[in-house]
Design a protein around this ligand. Structure first.
Ligand code: 2P0
Length: 318
């Protein structure tokens, strides 16, 4: 069975865990999926196999296999047959573009279908979220909120993409994998950052502000709270021991370019995840200008413009 999922970028970020065993987040988050970026994941269970096998973009690659095997165990049960897994991804993996979100959302949906299991959205989100917290949000499309519940997590669609068709311009400033993975970085932040507890305390306020901005389609309000929440998350990392700085000089230059666009009356704001890439969220009529400004920024190696995407889903064939 083959499923496709889009990565998502958080406007209100997930940073920190309340339970590392179950991989439960310490805070809720709000994201948008990215329509033109995807991971397609094919899962075939086969009794003749002696171990799980993974092919990534056409080549054997075992780096993600332990996490993928564990994900398949949770979805299909530990008594499942071994699996052939084929993953195809059209954007740089592990560079702060949420490749694990689309990979594990697609793997969860494909494995459930391959094992002939029916799950609710909440069950799929919890299964995907145990593999990678942000993957739970890619189970749904459009603007998605992930909320903590006593029993686990819940995902809700706040708005469909078509109801507020914003664009996201992704500026790639570095294509290599990041130095510290976000799972480890979150734990370092939780243990050592003096700002961590106020981050957790303030998150509900930021979520509420973003929720109402999305409900009212108030771009200025969403811009202000998303930039604030992003910079607050990075300040936690900067103040951790050891400090974690994911930005490079081009990241900073992109922020300056976005401030300049804002000064010229363009509706755009930035967000940055655990990597050096900058995502500029803007109204569709401004996307060409935003992409041109970021392309012209020294150190930017590539720029991609995308609309907001859909939920994880099975693909027709197989
Ligand atoms: C987010 N990030 O909300 C935040 C912002 C990165 C920065 O979710 O440990 O790869 O697998 O649950 O999902 C990246 O975290 O972490 C992430 P795990 P994940 O998008």
């Amino acid at each position: 069975m083959r499923a496709i999922a889009q990565p998502n970028i958080a406007l209100i970020k997930y940073w920190g865990k309340r339970d590392t065993e179950q991989n439960l987040p310490a805070v809720g988050s709000i994201s948008v999926t990215l329509r033109d970026l995807y991971t397609a994941m094919q899962v075939e269970f086969d009794d003749v196999l002696e171990r799980d096998e993974l092919t990534v973009n056409g080549a054997g690659d075992n780096s993600m296999l332990p996490r993928l095997s564990a994900c398949l165990d949770r979805v299909a049960g530990t008594d499942r047959a071994h699996a052939r897994i084929f993953s195809d991804c059209n954007f740089p993996i592990a560079a702060g573009l949420a490749s694990s979100a689309s990979a594990f959302a697609a793997a969860t949906v494909a494995a459930a279908a391959a094992a002939d299991k029916q799950f609710t959205i909440a069950e799929l989100a919890n299964l995907a979220g145990q593999a990678s917290g942000s993957a739970a949000r890619s189970i749904l499309g459009g603007f998605v909120e992930l909320s903590n519940r006593d029993s686990g997590i819940e995902v809700t669609s706040l708005r469909a993409a078509a109801e507020w068709p914003l664009n996201v311009v992704v500026a790639i400033t570095e294509t290599g994998p990041k130095a510290v993975g976000s799972t480890e970085a979150m734990e370092i932040s939780r243990r050592t950052s003096p700002f961590y507890s106020s981050w957790v305390e303030q998150q509900e306020h930021d979520l509420e502000t973003a929720r109402s901005a999305i409900a009212d389609r108030d771009f200025g309000k969403l811009a202000a709270i998303a930039e604030h929440n992003c910079l607050k998350m990075h300040s936690i990392m900067w103040a951790s021991r050891p400090p974690m700085v994911y930005w490079n000089s081009a990241t900073m230059r992109c922020l300056q370019a976005i401030r300049k666009l804002q000064g010229a009356g363009i509706d755009v704001f930035f967000t940055i995840d655990a990597g050096p890439q900058v995502k500029a969220v803007c109204l569709p009529e401004h996307a060409v200008k935003v992409a041109a400004a970021l392309s012209a920024t020294d150190g930017v190696v590539d720029v991609m413009t995308t609309a907001i995407g859909e939920a994880a889903r099975l693909m027709d064939e197989s």
